[in-house]
Design a protein around this ligand. Structure first.
Ligand code: SAH
Length: 370
């Protein structure tokens, strides 16, 4: 790597392996630091007899100065430096593999968790800045038929610290410095199916004494868990909400996104509208373009109708092929045609040419063998 400061640094080229012999966190050890809100960190340290300002110093080292080694926390007393590791676990999961895209605009991480479960995260760099895409579950139970992660099934929910750790790893190791980076819950898993831990991770990331990532810079993407969308609306945070719509009729959506059989379009869109009204934020409608499946003119017309019925923008995602799955990406002309049908009819349309396709790090490819 060359410079650490420019956002245009090419991605580190090749994978990097942490020493595998590094001991994994013992299950019965101290609580993981990254699963604690700043108040909880203070609670733990004050409970061990520390002055509250000492906890603030630790938070400052970790989240502002990006220092996790207690020995380097020079304004702590000697006894505190020695005790810290027994009070909170400051380690991050092992990086099993890190892969930079040849174009230098994406880095995919496979992290190995305490129980050896693996999750993937992707850091992306564009003209608009850095976006960190995090996983909320190992695998996914939603079984969307075109998604690589969907074919894996659910291994387990991630804990809040395992979500926060993904962000920290990417901030520490991409070398991309962007104070205005965005976080999207668009990696493996259905974030709203792991509601409590996802919310906790958001509170930690959002906390002023944490990473201080503004709620408006965090987007949760969901396949459409209606009760959880309502709950999210009532959290009092201006989080972005993205809905994985992908179809404009229940008939097709039932096939593509099995959860639609439980929460059909009408209910889903009503929940989306409630979210927009309660939070004052426009929803993003994500629409994966599957060649010959949902890319007809009629689909575009119905999509425009839906888009005009609620405060939203539309994000078209040309399908990223997944080995072993039969779905196809439409031709570039078909993609453009679909976008052109929408543009005049829709409030806002963007076309997401996913990054990271060359390293199987694009939308829906996480967990695919590549
Ligand atoms: N489970 C959540 C979070 C995942 S976000 C959700 O579904 O919203 C990942 C996005 O990529 C979703 O919109 C998903 O439907 C979409 N996706 C899945 N497989 C894809 C693929 N192969 N190509 C493009 N997008 C895909």
């Amino acid at each position: 790597m060359e410079s650490q400061s420019s956002p245009n640094v090419p991605a580190p080229d090749l994978d990097e392996i942490d020493p595998p012999e590094r001991p994994l966190r013992a299950p019965a050890g101290p609580p993981p630091f990254f699963g604690l809100t700043p108040e909880e960190v203070r609670g733990v340290l004050v409970g061990a007899g520390w002055q509250p300002y000492r906890a603030n110093q630790v938070l400052d080292w970790v989240y502002r100065k990006k220092v996790r080694d207690p020995k380097a926390m020079s304004n702590l007393g000697k006894s505190q430096r020695e005790a810290l590791a027994s009070l909170v676990d400051l380690s991050l999961p092992r990086i099993h593999r890190r892969l930079g895209s040849p174009k230098g605009d994406a880095v995919k991480y496979a992290l190995e968790l305490r129980d050896k479960a693996r999750v993937e995260s992707v850091a992306m760099l564009s003209k608009r800045g850095v976006t960190l895409c995090v996983s909320s579950q190992a695998g996914c139970g939603m079984a969307c038929v075109f998604c690589a992660t969907g074919t894996l099934g659910l291994t387990r929910n991630l804990k809040a610290d395992e979500i926060v750790a993904q962000v920290l790893h990417m901030l520490e190791t991409t070398g991309w410095e962007d104070p205005g980076f965005n976080i999207v819950f668009m990696g493996m898993g259905e974030p709203l199916a792991n509601y409590a831990q996802v919310m906790k991770s958001i509170r930690i990331l959002n906390a002023e004494e944490g990473l201080n990532v503004g709620a408006r810079r965090i987007t949760v993407s969901t396949v459409g868990l209606v009760p959880q969308i309502h709950a999210l609306a009532r959290e009092g945070l201006q989080l972005g909400l993205a809905l994985s719509l992908h179809a404009t009729t229940d008939e097709l959506r039932d096939r593509l996104v099995p959860l639609n059989r439980r929460y059909p379009l009408r209910e889903l869109l009503r929940a989306a509208e409630y979210y927009a009204q309660t939070t004052g934020r426009r929803i993003t409608l994500e629409y994966v373009l599957l060649g010959g499946v949902n890319d007809h003119k009629g689909d575009a017309e119905r999509l425009a109708e839906i888009a005009n019925s609620l405060p939203c923008k539309v994000n078209l995602i040309p399908y990223n092929p997944v080995p072993q799955l039969p779905w196809q990406r439409p031709s570039d002309e078909a993609i453009q045609r679909f976008a052109d049908w929408l543009f005049p009819r829709c409030p806002a349309v963007t076309l997401r040419w996913s990054q990271g396709g060359d390293i199987f790090a694009a939308c829906g490819q996480l967990g695919a063998k590549g």
